[in-house]
Structures are given as C-alpha cells and as structure tokens.
Design a binder for this molecule. Structure first.
Ligand SMILES: C[S@@+](CC[C@H](N)C(=O)[O-])C[C@H]1O[C@@H](n2cnc3c(N)ncnc32)[C@H](O)[C@@H]1O
Length: 221
C-alpha cells in the first residue's frame, strides 16, 4: 500500500483529509490531498501535446528479458520455491536454516521437476510437523494425501522405532516415489502405505478397530 507523508503539524481534520482522502477539513487540506493524488489516467493538466505513436517491436533486450524470466521460473520450479511465494534471498535463508535430512533434500529436488510439485509442503512446514510429532510423543499418525512423500517422510523420521504412520494416497505413481524414499531413509518399516481413496482407507481402519486401540492416533495431517 502506498503511504503518504503528512506533516504532523497539520490540524486533525486536515490530517484525516490528507491521509484518508476524506472530503472534510479546511480548504488547504483538500488542496494537499488533491496535490498528492495523481490525475486520472489519460487526463493531463495542462493537456500534453500529442506525441507521435511509436511502433512496438520485439527488440533484443525484451527477448533477453523474456529468456531471463523463463530461466528464473525453471530455476524456481527446480528448487521448489513457487509453492512458497518467497523471493530468492528469503528462500535461500530458509533453506540454509531449516534442518532437512539429506534424503528429504534429495526427494525435494526430485519432486521439483514433477507435475504438481507446488503441492509439496515446504521444508519449514515439514520441520514443524516433525516437531509436533516429537512434542506430542505421537506413536501413530495418519496422512491423507501423500503426494511424493515429503511430509510423511519427515514425520516417519521423527516417529520412534515403534511408531507407525498410515499414509493414504490415491495416485500410484506418486506412491512409487514416496516408497523409494522411505526405503532410502530406512523408515519403510514405520509407514503403512494405503493406495486407495482416503475415505475407504480410513473406513477400513475403523472397521479394524483403530478407534479402540490403546495408542491413539495423535497426528492426522
Ligand atoms: C497437497 S498434496 C499432499 C502433499 C504432501 N503432503 C507433501 O508433503 O508432498 C495432496 C495429495 O492428496 C492426494 N489426494 C487427493 N484426494 C485424495 C483422496 N480422496 N484420497 C487419497 N488421496 C488423495 C492427491 O493425489 C495429492 O497427491
């Protein structure tokens, strides 16, 4: 939002008029507000002399700018930045400060070139999930929507050896990636992969008495 600099010595009504554009206050306040407000588009005061129209052409500098924009988009997609809406320095700061297991990093880099990569949680979000699992002392968790497994891998790494994560996903190709990385990180034994619609997987968990188990599910994400 654009901020207007207003002299603190203005009387209150003039201040309101200048900052909010209200039609109140003494004449000089209205003058100040209107001076700060640009004329409507297409209206000059006094009127500008007509300039000859220039022809638009694709020059080499605009082609270079377009190539640079494309290269930036490719780089952002590769690194998974587009999911966060952050600018590069902020994202670099985040990546250099987040605790990311090397297998999680490899998975993030592989996922970045895949369709739907913006769906993946960010490293900071995964770290938060892992921290919650540890704080709660969770033994059993359920994930609805695994995609390629970034958040489920972070949770599985945080679970104790006796912990279990039920990972529900309908897309088999995504699950293949996820399972490969569970293996690589040595946590495959903690993850019970359910390839089906989540509603069916959850119903079958209930049918199998999940709700009456002693170690209640502590995390559903
Ligand atoms: C936002 S992504 C999950 C991202 C994941 N948590 C990660 O960190 O990479 C959502 C996933 O849910 C899956 N999905 C959507 N509806 C589903 C359903 N009804 N049952 C099972 N999986 C579903 C999609 O296939 C997709 O992979």
């Amino acid at each position: 939002m654009r901020r207007w600099a207003v002299s603190p010595s203005l009387p209150p009504a003039a201040f309101a008029s200048a900052t909010l554009g209200l039609g109140v206050g003494p004449p000089q306040a209205r003058t100040l507000a209107s001076a700060a407000t640009p004329p409507p588009l297409g209206h000059c005061s006094p009127p500008c002399p007509r300039r000859p129209r220039r022809r638009r052409s694709l020059c080499s500098s605009s082609a270079a700018a377009s190539a640079a924009t494309t290269a930036l988009a490719v780089e952002e997609a590769r690194r998974g930045r587009k999911q966060l809406g952050m600018d590069p320095p902020l994202y670099d700061y985040l990546l250099s400060n987040v605790r990311e297991h090397p297998v999680l990093r490899d998975l993030r880099e592989e996922t970045a070139s895949m369709r739907g990569s913006q769906m993946q949680v960010s490293p900071a979000q995964a770290q938060l999930l892992a921290m919650l699992v540890q704080i709660l002392g969770a033994e059993r968790c359920i994930e609805v929507g695994v995609y390629t497994g970034y958040s489920s891998l972070a949770v599985a790494l945080a679970l104790p050896e006796s912990g279990r994560l039920v990972a529900c996903e309908r897309d088999e190709r995504c699950l293949e990636v996820a399972k490969r990385y569970y293996q690589l990180a040595g946590v495959a034994h903690k993850v019970d992969v359910k390839h089906a619609l989540a509603v069916d997987s959850l119903r079958s968990l209930l049918d199998c008495g999940e709700a009456s188990r002693q170690e209640n599910v502590r995390g559903i994400f």
